[in-house]
Design a protein around this ligand. Structure first.
Ligand SMILES: Nc1nc2c(ncn2[C@@H]2O[C@H](COP(=O)(O)OP(=O)(O)O)[C@@H](O)[C@H]2O)c(=O)[nH]1
Ligand SMILES: [Mg+2]
Length: 206
């Protein structure tokens, strides 16, 4: 009989437990319009099973949630996604994905409490769904990076053109990602960390 079975011992799974060296916890918010890949990004990068609150789209969303370009999407996040990623032995990021639809904006105040920065996910087929989100972040003075989630049939604009279309200042990082890939999602978070660091070093850069 093989006693080295794959059975897990009782108690928390190893990946659920943070190392004792973890000393800094940073809250990061993932925002963006409907169907841009927020839940996907949190799910691909989180080292704990992400918590997500999806609800089958109901009549409340009909005619309001723009499903053009996301025809296969039948669930929409009503409250938030939650995940965690350790950047190194000391730094842990807590990720909060939050809906971009206007009817959920009442959630924003609480979710942005204590957040150090944000990732704005963008779908180039529907840039306009990001305008309000970007405007609200600027209003609140929350530093953010923009991540273009590349969907196969999405137009492939040069990044400086996108920067112009989204009216982003030159200092705001903009990068392309594939939210389904862990390494790509991680790169986005690292870009945000680098940006936050640069702001802390030279605050006038913001
Ligand atoms: N091709 C492609 N599809 C994606 C990508 N990210 C998300 N999706 C799909 O797009 C749909 C919407 O993603 P979801 O994460 O639910 O969007 P959310 O509303 O922002 O949370 C889902 O069907 C995903 O599987 C991506 O990078 N590439
Ligand atoms: Mg979602």
């Amino acid at each position: 009989m093989d006693f080295k079975s794959s059975e897990q011992p009782a108690g928390p799974r190893r990946e659920d437990v943070l190392p004792d060296t973890a000393t800094a916890a940073v809250k990061v918010v993932i925002v963006g319009g409907f169907g841009v890949g927020k839940t996907t990004l949190v799910g691909s990068v989180s080292e704990i099973r992400p918590l997500t609150t999806e609800e089958t789209m109901t009549q409340a969303g009909v005619g309001i949630d723009d499903t053009v370009g996301v025809e296969r999407k039948t669930a929409t996040t009503v409250a938030m996604d939650f995940g965690r990623i350790s950047i190194n032995e000391e730094l842990v990021l807590y990720l909060f994905g939050t809906p971009g639809q206007e009817r959920f904006w009442f959630l924003w105040r609480g979710l942005f409490e204590g957040a150090l920065g944000a990732v704005v996910l963008v779908d180039t087929r529907r840039l306009e769904v990001s305008f309000d989100v970007l405007g609200r972040l600027e209003e609140r003075g929350v530093p953010f990076v923009v991540a273009v989630n590349s969907f196969p049939d999405a137009p492939d604009y040069p990044l400086d053109e996108l920067r112009g279309a989204l009216d982003l200042p030159a200092s705001v990082p903009i990068l392309v990602c594939d939210a389904r890939r862990r390494d790509s999602s991680r790169d986005v978070l690292m870009a945000l960390m680098r940006y936050l660091h640069s702001l802390a070093v030279t605050p006038e850069a913001s």
